[in-house]
Design a protein around this ligand. Structure first.
Ligand code: PCA
Length: 200
């Protein structure tokens, strides 16, 4: 059976939990469509996250890679279209906050997702789950790991379905912070199972 590497992130900033961490732990070892899922949690640290991800890719040699991250404040499931060659953001979990740095010196400006993002969004909407393609993954860790992941496959001259999906806050987070739209965790998880079901 084909292998899917599914990553989430640990909690960061003032978010007490990260729904993507809980979901990849829940889905680890499960089968979705034709893929057996290997769930892994990444640190939120500019100097480590991509390295940890790339180590998993080397070790597992997956047939597809879907990285997940929390986009607190978004109210839809948003597969990302593009990652850009920039690190810039508020302090990460190690206190580092790069300003206008490149991720890969002399790397291309951007990489497009190789996930079937339009099919994923259509499948989600057909299941009455709010979803849209996002045209910016930001310049924080989510963009960093997506760019780094696609750079690895570019370097290998290999194309597999690989990319990033941002999810809204969970209900638990919206209780913690009254201003965030929050979804039940199991709805976010079901949405991701539907999106992953579009992989071939
Ligand atoms: N979301 C952040 C980093 C970790 C996460 O879950 C982001 O959108 O960059």
């Amino acid at each position: 059976m084909k292998k899917l590497l599914l990553t989430g992130f640990e909690p960061f900033l003032d978010h007490g939990v990260n729904p993507t961490e809980l979901i990849v732990i829940n889905l680890d070892g499960k089968t979705i469509g034709g893929f057996s899922v290997v769930g892994r949690v990444l640190p939120v640290e500019f100097h480590r996250s991509a390295e940890v991800l790339v180590d998993h890719v080397r070790e597992l040699e997956p047939d597809a890679v879907v990285c997940l991250g929390l986009a607190a404040g978004r109210d839809k499931i948003t597969p990302e279209r593009v990652a850009i060659n920039i690190n810039d953001g508020v302090p990460d979990n190690s206190g580092r906050n790069p300003v206008d740095e490149t991720i890969v010196e002399d790397g291309p400006a951007a990489y497009f997702s190789t996930l079937p993002i339009r099919k994923m969004v259509n499948a989600l909407r057909n299941s009455r789950i709010p979803a849209e393609i996002s045209n910016t993954a930001g310049t924080y860790l989510c963009n960093n790991v997506m760019y780094s992941l696609l750079h690895v496959y570019e370097g290998k001259g290999e194309t597999i379905p690989a990319g990033f999906i941002h999810v809204p806050a969970s209900f638990e987070l919206s209780v913690e912070n009254g201003k965030l739209p929050g979804w039940p965790l199991d709805t976010i998880q079901r949405a991701l199972e539907i999106a992953i079901g579009e992989l071939e």
